[in-house]
Design a protein. Structure first.
Length: 127
């Protein structure tokens, strides 16, 4: 079996994983929820405006702190919507799975410790 065939098999397994299915289900629910869609649009517009301000040449540290606080407040408001919160949580869970997969693959491409067995039980050199 070729590397590409194995990659396709891995991709299929990831697409069938509970983490991916949960994320896609949450994404669809979020997209179908008018309130969630509106909150995301408002946050995106606000975020873009705040980032433009943050990149201006004459910004002070206090203004930058204020912008950061506004961004955080907007994000917290966004997470109060159950559909958005579920999507954020499920996407983070899937991203963690992807990082674990990448770490496992990288271990065999760039071994960290010749004495490590690859099961993460007795070495600690990977992290």
């Amino acid at each position: 079996m070729s590397v590409i065939e194995k990659a396709r098999e891995l991709g299929l397994m990831l697409a069938q994983s509970k983490e991916f299915i949960r994320m896609r289900t949450a994404e669809q629910a979020q997209q179908q929820d008018e309130e969630a869609t509106k909150l995301i649009e408002e946050y995106t517009v606000s975020r873009e405006a705040l980032l433009r301000r943050a990149h201006s040449d004459d910004i002070t540290p206090d203004q930058l702190h204020s912008i950061r606080s506004e961004l955080e407040a907007g994000y917290e408001k966004l997470k109060k919507n159950a559909k958005v919160a579920e999507y954020i949580e499920s996407a983070a869970e899937f991203n963690n799975l992807m990082q674990e997969v990448n770490t496992a693959i990288s271990f065999y491409i760039y071994p960290q410790d010749e004495g490590c067995g690859g099961d993460c039980g007795d070495c600690g050199g990977c992290h």
